[in-house]
Design a protein around this ligand. Structure first.
Ligand code: FMN
Length: 224
């Protein structure tokens, strides 16, 4: 792809001209929203899947490190139910370390074709050894082999070294197919707040936030 120089020079102008919320956008009536945010989330996710939104189960996981600095990356949603939203990661990765020292996080979904965003904040707990192992064994052979190297996000100085290590790891898995990486973790984010945001062409967007109470959820509309 070539980038024309006038685009680089006039970036602001060019960005301003790009369309957002092209639509057609669905309606969202907060008065008809269910009492539990997980039910609304699942209905929005199902609609995204039905309408062919790409990677509808991809979400941004935001964490903070030991210095209080934010970090974020995209992960795949592994499950969602009354206990929370699940994702899987290596405990020795930067995000795993961040969650160990500060087990609070935020998840953000964006489904552009529907102009919909869902923001979830809450407390993160690691899964049981059994759940972690089941998730690990459901991964592809290469993904398991890579995980066993426990080097995610470290500097890669030599790709040949990586290829050799990966080959060894694959051989180990082929010898012992039930081998589990004990650092592979299925995390659950138990929500304290869930916000649903529906874009409108008019720019009068609709926002509904669920806030956890002792025995259920309160719901509030927010200014956009
Ligand atoms: C669509 C998509 C899905 C991803 N899914 C995962 C995932 O489920 N688990 C994971 O550890 N990394 C996943 N990644 C890679 C992460 O974004 C990230 O690069 C990696 O986990 C290292 O993050 P960290 O250095 O913050 O620990 C995914 C990336 C993309 C773009």
């Amino acid at each position: 792809m070539t980038v024309r120089s006038e685009r680089v020079d006039g970036t602001r102008q060019w960005l301003r001209g790009l369309e957002v919320f092209a639509g057609p956008l669905p309606e969202f009536d907060p008065a008809a929203a269910p009492a539990e945010p997980v039910r609304l989330f699942l209905s929005w996710l199902l609609e995204a899947v039905a309408d062919g939104v790409r990677d509808p189960h991809a979400m941004t996981l935001s964490t903070v490190d030991s210095a209080g600095d934010p970090d974020a990356r995209v992960l795949i949603l592994k499950g969602v139910d009354g206990s929370g939203w699940q994702f899987a990661a290596h405990a020795f990765s930067p995000k795993g370390g961040q969650l160990a020292c500060h087990p609070r996080a935020a998840l953000t979904f964006y489904w552009p074709e529907h102009g919909r965003q869902v923001r979830i904040r809450g407390i993160v707990t690691p899964g049981s050894a059994e759940d972690n192992a089941a998730d690990f064994l459901g991964r592809s052979r290469t993904a398991r082999a890579e995980s066993l190297l426990a080097r995610q996000s470290q500097y890669l100085m030599d790709t040949a070294e990586r290829d050799r290590a990966l080959e060894k790891s694959l051989a180990l898995i082929d010898k012992e197919p039930s081998l589990v990486d004990s650092a592979w973790t299925l995390y659950t984010l138990a929500p304290t707040e869930v916000e649903f945001w529906q874009a409108a062409r008019s720019r009068i967007h609709t926002r509904l936030r669920y806030e956890r109470t002792a025995d259920g959820w309160d719901r509030f509309q927010l200014w956009s």
